[in-house]
Design a protein around this ligand. Structure first.
Ligand SMILES: *[C@@H]1O[C@H](CO)[C@@H](O)[C@H](O)[C@H]1NC(C)=O
Ligand SMILES: *[C@@H]1O[C@H](CO)[C@@H](O)[C@H](O)[C@H]1NC(C)=O
Ligand SMILES: *[C@@H]1O[C@H](CO)[C@@H](O)[C@H](O)[C@H]1NC(C)=O
Ligand SMILES: *[C@@H]1O[C@H](CO)[C@@H](O)[C@H](O)[C@H]1NC(C)=O
Ligand SMILES: *[C@@H]1O[C@H](CO)[C@@H](O)[C@H](O)[C@H]1NC(C)=O
Ligand SMILES: *[C@@H]1O[C@H](CO)[C@@H](O)[C@H](O)[C@H]1NC(C)=O
Ligand SMILES: *[C@@H]1O[C@H](CO)[C@@H](O)[C@H](O)[C@H]1NC(C)=O
Ligand SMILES: *[C@@H]1O[C@H](CO)[C@@H](O)[C@H](O)[C@H]1NC(C)=O
Length: 469
């Protein structure tokens, strides 16, 4: 969405971390040998289990939805941080409503586990959300908030092996108040991150925002925001390598997934692409935005994105590439297959004139390279327009391949179904009839890679918590 000049709230979850204090350690999390049961038993699958564990209530937290627990979260995280090099630690958020301001995860080998009836409620007191510097690859707050931006509700940086999971427990950003202000969660410079089996609602801004990170596993998230809320992107992998996003359900006012890598000269200078990204079994509802957007901030480059088994209902577009002069870099080697789309404005959309810039110092002669874009095996119904593919006059988007696509139109379709300018590629077995810039070839199957990425071979352990003391 073009929400350029609104104040941006904080993400729900972002990564960077460090800390210590004394802990009440009464539980152990171990890899399950036998299936334990009983009211205290807890099972989940994770990249790692932890040796130490504590309850949020051990640190004085009160789950009445009114008491502010920012200090309890900080104390718990500090305390458990002392175990980072001794088998790691887990903080359990028990049933209840836990009001808190923004807090940082500060040590590696840490798990935040939410019970299914646990709700973390974001405070609406602005003093609880410190301003943090703009990301260097953006140059300024993306929120129109000058040099700074609000911290995420949960933020981490320079960490490794971080897990936020639960049995579908909830993190509620209470965005109503903040939709004019700020994001929900961010991770910066971290690797081995797992965020899974949670319900995230009403993020003030982007929900999940891994930045400058690698080996990111996002699984089983239900992400819900009103369809008219601003800036509520679901998941934004930003300058990340090796990311796997699976089995997520997103209802949002902005893009369900937005793949990014920095903005104009700041992103070019920072030079960190998003690469090796897998998206599977995504369901999206977003009437004013894309199922999967690539850009518009892509100045570090976006390469090797593999998306499959995507469902969208009442969504503006299927895949949308957004870029502009001044971005430079590239969006290339993009592979999408098996999309089922219902009630769409556009199935395919590429925009070469997404002219939002951080300032006036972008290079007006710097062109992005958009090439090697592969879409296949797509069924779309109740569609207003098949494709709007707009390259840049001096810089055509090339190597577009679209095959085995059946689009059924709505009762009031656009007259021009394929609106193509400054692009080149081929099509095969596509209806309605594509534009002449995408000539028909017999029996072409657009590419989809056969090899596996390292993030596909991450083994999940089954972790159990047992009472020991
Ligand atoms: C999420 O929960 C489902 C069951 O609802 C389970 O099958 C899956 O392994 C869990 N995944 C993770 C990564 O926690
Ligand atoms: C979290 O850490 C960042 C620096 O990495 C800092 O600017 C911010 O104030 C911290 N937030 C909280 C709530 O402590
Ligand atoms: C993320 O890391 C960069 C580079 O160190 C830093 O400039 C930025 O402030 C960090 N973000 C936050 C919110 O701390
Ligand atoms: C995090 O790592 C980055 C890159 O290695 C470094 O520039 C930055 O100073 C580190 N930040 C902190 C808070 O340790
Ligand atoms: C998790 O909770 C959300 C919201 O209540 C619900 O829509 C979703 O179906 C639940 N997911 C699972 C796997 O139980
Ligand atoms: C088809 O799309 C239109 C909007 O273009 C919507 O109003 C209508 O409800 C949709 N019909 C069906 C059957 O989904
Ligand atoms: C064409 O796409 C449909 C829908 O995804 C799929 O069921 C079918 O197998 C595909 N056909 C070929 C020849 O790949
Ligand atoms: C085709 O798309 C261009 C932008 O790429 C737009 O300016 C033009 O109005 C569109 N034409 C039609 C007939 O929709």
């Amino acid at each position: 969405m073009e929400q350029s000049q609104r104040f941006r709230a904080s993400d729900l979850i972002q990564t960077i971390l460090p800390v210590l204090v004394l802990a009440t350690v009464s539980l152990r999390v171990v890899e399950c040998k036998v299936h334990s049961s009983g009211p205290d038993a807890l099972h989940y699958r994770a990249i790692n289990c932890r040796k130490h564990s504590a309850l949020l209530t051990d640190f004085g937290a009160v789950g009445d939805g009114k008491t502010l627990n920012t200090k309890a979260f900080k104390a718990a995280i500090d305390s458990l941080g002392t175990y980072a090099s001794q088998g790691g630690a887990q903080l359990i958020v028990p049933p209840g409503k836990w009001l808190t301001g923004s807090f940082n995860l500060t040590s590696s080998h840490f798990t935040l586990f939410l019970h299914k009836d646990a709700v973390i409620l974001a405070s609406q007191d602005e003093a609880e959300w410190p301003l943090v510097p703009a990301l260097p690859s953006y140059g300024r707050g993306r929120d129109g908030n000058g040099d700074g931006r609000f911290s995420s509700l949960i933020f981490g940086t320079n960490l490794t092996d971080i897990i936020i999971t639960g049995n579908n427990g909830t993190i509620d950003g209470q965005g109503q108040y903040w939709w004019d202000k700020f994001h929900q969660g961010q991770f910066n410079y971290s690797n081995k991150i797992q965020i899974s089996n949670l319900t995230l609602i009403n993020s003030p801004s982007w929900f999940v925002h891994p930045t400058y990170s690698s080996d990111v596993l996002i699984h089983g998230l239900t992400i819900l925001a009103p369809i008219d809320s601003p800036n509520t992107d679901g998941i934004d992998p930003d300058s990340c390598t090796n990311t796997r996003i699976e089995d997520c359900f997103v209802v949002s006012g902005d893009d369900c997934i937005a793949v990014k890598s920095g903005w104009d000269q700041y992103g070019i200078k920072f030079g960190m692409p998003t690469r090796h990204l897998i998206i599977r079994r995504l369901t999206c509802i977003s009437p004013d935005s894309a199922t999967i957007a690539l850009g518009s901030e892509m100045s570090g480059g976006i390469q090797d994105v593999r998306a499959e088994d995507i469902t969208a209902i009442n969504t503006q577009s299927g895949i949308r590439i957004k870029t502009a002069i001044g971005r430079v870099a590239y969006v290339k080697d993009i592979y999408v297959r098996r999309m089922t789309l219902t009630t769409m404005k556009w199935v395919f959309w590429m925009s070469g004139s997404y002219n939002q810039h951080p300032d006036t110092n972008f290079d007006p002669k710097a062109f992005p390279e958009i090439k090697g874009i592969n879409y296949r095996d797509i069924v779309a119904t109740n569609v207003t327009g098949a494709a709007r593919l707009e390259g840049i006059a001096q810089d055509h988007f090339t190597g577009i391949c679209i095959s085995n696509v059946t689009i059924s139109l709505s009762k009031t379709p656009k007259e021009l179904q394929w609106n193509c300018t400054n692009i080149a590629g081929v099509t095969s077995n596509v209806t309605p009839e594509p534009c002449h810039l995408l000539p028909k070839k017999e029996k072409v199957d657009c590419a989809f890679p056969e090899d596996r990425l390292p993030i596909e071979d991450v083994h999940l352990k089954t972790c159990c918590t047992t009472k020991t003391a």
